[in-house]
Design a protein around this ligand. Structure first.
Ligand code: AMP
Ligand code: ZN
Length: 467
């Protein structure tokens, strides 16, 4: 048995993973803010999380995966100032905040499918969990962790001696420097739990609460929904690296204040996809969508392949050259796999499976696991390699890669017009029951290297394999 070791950002160390209960793993990953399309940077993080889930399953665990949909409360500034991204997105598009939430959630789900990312078991929306968030805040208030200002209810971070531990925040430094716009907050790190609607205008999304009409802060949704679906102490919590200093720090603060746990046993983060060496960000205006890759003729799975070539804890600079190299790699892997004869009942090679497991269990070292797949395909070191076993081994690896190797079909070459005309003439002859002419045309097609296959709704043309 090769142990699974994962890097936990809370302890800043590689730790051996074991589920808190039996073989069931609770996994919570922070999901999209649906005020716009997600960019391929976001998907790098979602791909890392999907790979983690596949590796957990490879190790025999059952995973319960919850991913939230943020459809309210995420402000344009992480310091709780600025506008709600949803209301801003609504203005930009001329639709309501509710309409854009539905639109971009749907776009997100179809991108997941295009990238072969498994749908989480539960995708709860923040706006469907307002009572849970209000109950959470009310409990924090009873325990003395909150205070009110003119614009909302805030969490008092000075009540927790270890606030900011996840990010190793220097609170004294922050306090002394006061570089952050504090407003009415008592401490720079305090954050909003509930924001009031403006006194003079209605928001599109607002709810009654014990503190007045308004909407929940961004962090409280994750603590409340994670607790509802996974409990207040579960196995793994993930997100992008930007979540370490603010969002996840504040989730931990809230849950520690209410339940005394730090929410998850492992805190894991995907590092950024960069564009021109800067963070790819929706708020920066220009960003690449999965749809834009497809429009340029790229198979979205080439992006998945590209992400497998770098470790999730290093930043990855996106370039078109790198994507082109991934296209080539994926095409070779696919055609190599399909050149191996199907239908054998051979088992995967145990020695290769073990080497592969050693890579993926070493904190998801997918670049090395991919190298093992290449060696497998080339048959390096295998004596009297059994091609059936090679195919079975690669198919097993693909349970983790998620590249859909077995379901991929080589594209059929298109028949030139003259061939199409012969096939159409043959179909007409058949309709006229002129079997002789139909046979003659079939033979003529064969002579030119094409085979015609009759189907219930017409026919299909295939290149004849050389005999
Ligand atoms: P958001 O929709 O902004 O809430 O982000 C969704 C997820 O994508 C979060 O886990 C972020 O941390 C992550 N993320 C945002 N930008 C990037 C990036 N450039 N590269 C990788 N992950 C990112
Ligand atoms: Zn979250």
């Amino acid at each position: 048995m090769i142990p699974l070791r994962l890097y936990d950002n809370y302890s800043r160390s590689l730790r051996e993973f074991a589920p808190l209960q039996g073989t069931d793993v609770g996994l919570y990953t922070c999901g999209p803010t649906v005020y716009d399309y997600q960019h391929i940077g976001n998907y790098r993080t979602f791909l890392f999380e999907d790979t983690l889930k596949r590796v957990l399953r490879w190790n025999g665990y059952r995973v319960r995966h919850v991913m939230n949909i943020t459809d309210v409360g995420h402000l344009t500034s992480d310091a709780d100032t600025g506008e709600d991204k949803m209301e801003k997105g609504a203005r930009r598009t001329g639709r309501t905040a509710w309409e854009i939430a539905a639109l971009y959630t749907q776009a997100f789900e179809s991108d997941l499918a295009a990238l072969n990312i498994e749908r989480p078991d539960i995708l709860p929306r923040a706006t469907d969990h307002i009572p849970e968030q209000i109950a959470f805040i009310a409990d924090l208030e009873r325990r003395g962790y909150t205070y009110r200002t003119g614009d909302g209810v805030y969490f008092d971070t000075s009540r927790q001696a270890d606030y900011g531990y996840l990010a190793r925040l220097d609170r004294q430094g922050l306090e002394a420097g006061k570089r952050v716009d504090v407003g009415d907050k008592r401490n720079p790190t305090d954050f909003a739990l509930w924001k009031f609607s403006p006194p003079d205008s209605a928001r599109q999304m607002e709810w009654d609460s014990p503190w007045g009409k308004g909407f929940p802060g961004w962090h409280i949704e994750c603590s409340a929904m994670a607790e509802k679906y996974l409990g207040d102490w579960f196995d793994i919590h993930c997100g992008g690296e930007d979540h370490i200093p603010v969002h996840h720090t504040n989730e931990i603060a809230q849950t520690e204040a209410r339940s005394g746990t730090r929410l998850a046993n492992f805190w894991m983060h995907g590092y950024f996809l960069l564009a021109n060496d800067a963070k790819m960000a929706k708020s920066a205006g220009e960003f690449l969508r999965v749809g834009a890759l497809a429009e340029r003729g790229y198979d979205p799975l080439a992006f998945r392949y590209l992400c497998l070539t770098s470790h999730y804890r290093t930043q990855l600079n996106f370039t078109w050259d790198a994507l082109d190299a991934a296209v080539t790699g994926l095409a070779r892997l696919r055609s190599g796999f399909h050149a191996l004869p199907a239908g054998s009942s051979a088992d995967p090679d145990p020695a290769l499976i073990e080497r592969f497991t050693a890579c993926i269990n070493d904190d998801l070292n997918l670049p090395r696991a991919l190298a093992v797949a290449w060696e497998t395909l080339r048959g390096d070191g295998a004596e009297g390699a059994n091609v059936g076993a090679t195919r079975a081994t690669l198919a097993r690896f693909d349970q983790v890669f998620g590249l859909g190797l077995a379901t991929w079909q080589p594209e059929l070459p298109e028949a030139p017009p003259a061939i199409e005309a012969l096939a159409a003439a043959r179909a007409a002859a058949r309709r006229a029951r002129d079997w002789k002419e139909a046979d003659r045309l079939r033979a003529e097609l064969a002579e030119q290297g094409w085979e015609v296959e009759d189907k219930p709704d017409g026919y299909a043309l295939k290149r004849r394999s050389p005999s």
